[in-house]
Design a binder for this molecule. Structure first.
Ligand SMILES: Cc1ncc(COP(=O)(O)O)c(C=O)c1O
Length: 388
């Protein structure tokens, strides 16, 4: 039995939660979609929130120099990435940040490159800003060097750059494929972006949850060329499970990019929540040990899924993700049709995210959120095995 600070609640306690994950399905369905964790928050975060609520300190967010300082410390400790605290800006959440960045780097009709399958709101962000979506899908590749079963199509990426894109939207680490970009691949993107005058927006929200075997490399840590072309958006919301508190950050690394970002609307800052901003500072400053323990649990969970699949549903395809808590399961051998997610809700009473919402190449897949207890993971796989 693990004896750490993270004690995962029972199913019946989790069913009292008010978040989307726990409100989208009737009680007989085991809910495993939506990227939030079933882990209780870190004690220092609970303390700062309680302190603020008890003091009725619940007004608008004002100046918060602690944000840049705390993130810069965290980035340096975890990734040897030197961040100028003055170049860290607060944003309402990652989605709002990316939309506002797209507004300053594109006009409607401009081309934005991305690679599906990808976090479904990439599509809503691009639709909202009326850019032309240029999708260069990942290719299924059982021989992929990183073992995730999917590879980049570099010829098509280079062709897209040549066609005149304005922005390349990266998901790094990647949701739902669980990929961590290698230095070599990031350098390739940086070289292309420089050559074709493209801005790279790197969504690094899952980065704090990267597993040891494939160290996360921040885009902006890769030298002057990266600093010239790149902007990073990240948050504490995935790593420390506080998405409902609404706060993210935008980071630039060169003076020129920093100045360009002055075009962002000031409301981006004060539309973040005061609670979210101070919880974020606390996460970056005081919660490394909680994060380490969360990663340890997730590491055990990703391996538990591999064992259970090979024992109970061996026809399901699964590669260990290198970051975060999203298992990307290939259900094509099970003949559950275009949307295996729907079939599993009906037949097994387990809810995952259906693969096609991440792009057409995701059909026949589901995304399984394993940031929960081994008991719930086991129950989910048992339900599927019994229903097939
Ligand atoms: C890659 C990625 N970006 C952004 C988000 C959402 O971030 P936010 O709630 O801050 O908009 C998620 C949530 O799952 C995600 O997976």
């Amino acid at each position: 039995m693990r004896e750490g600070q993270i004690k995962i609640p029972s199913l019946s306690d989790l069913q009292t939660h008010r978040s989307e994950k726990w409100r989208s399905f009737p009680q007989e369905i085991l809910p495993l979609p939506v990227a939030e964790m079933d882990f209780p928050v870190a004690e220092p975060i609970r303390q700062v929130l309680t302190e603020m609520v008890n003091a009725s300190d619940l007004g608008y967010l004002g100046p918060i120099p602690e944000m840049g300082i705390s993130f810069s410390g965290f980035a340096n400790r975890r990734w040897n990435w030197l961040v100028n605290p003055d170049y860290v800006r607060v944003a309402t959440d990652v989605g709002v940040a990316v939309v506002e960045l797209l507004r300053i780097f594109t006009k409607p009709g401009d081309k934005v490159l991305f690679s599906s399958p990808v976090y479904q709101n990439f599509y809503t962000w691009m639709r909202e800003t009326q850019v032309e979506m240029i999708d260069v899908p990942f290719k299924v590749d059982p021989e992929s060097t990183d073992g995730t079963g999917w590879s980049h199509d570099w010829n098509a990426i280079e062709a897209a750059y040549r066609s005149g894109i304005s922005v390349h939207l990266l998901c790094s680490p990647h949701n739902p494929l669980g990929k961590v970009y290698t230095r070599e691949k990031l350098l390739r993107i940086i070289a292309l972006a420089e050559e074709y005058n493209v801005v790279v927006i790197s969504d690094e929200i899952h980065a704090p949850l990267t597993f040891k075997e494939s160290p996360f490399i921040p885009f902006l840590s890769l030298g002057e060329d990266a600093a010239k072309v790149g902007v990073t958006v990240t948050a504490s919301s995935k790593g420390w499970n506080i998405a409902g508190l609404k706060c993210a950050i935008i980071i630039s690394q060169s003076e020129k990019m920093h100045e360009k970002l002055n075009e962002l609307p000031p409301a981006l800052h004060y539309r973040a929540s005061l609670l979210g901003a101070f919880a974020t500072v606390t996460a970056f400053e005081k919660c490394d040990d909680w994060l380490d323990e969360a990663i340890e649990i997730l590491d055990q969970n990703r391996n538990l899924i591999a064992n259970l699949i090979s024992l109970r549903i061996p026809a399901v395809g699964y590669h260990l993700p290198h970051a975060s808590y999203l298992a990307w399961l290939d259900m094509s051998e099970l003949n559950l049709g275009y949307d295996p997610g729907l079939a599993l809700v009906e037949r097994a009473k387990v809810a995952f995210n259906s693969g096609h919402i991440y792009g057409e190449v995701g059909r026949n897949h589901v995304r399984f959120n394993f940031a929960t207890s081994p008991v719930i993971i086991t129950e989910a796989i048992e339900r599927i095995a019994r229903a097939l």
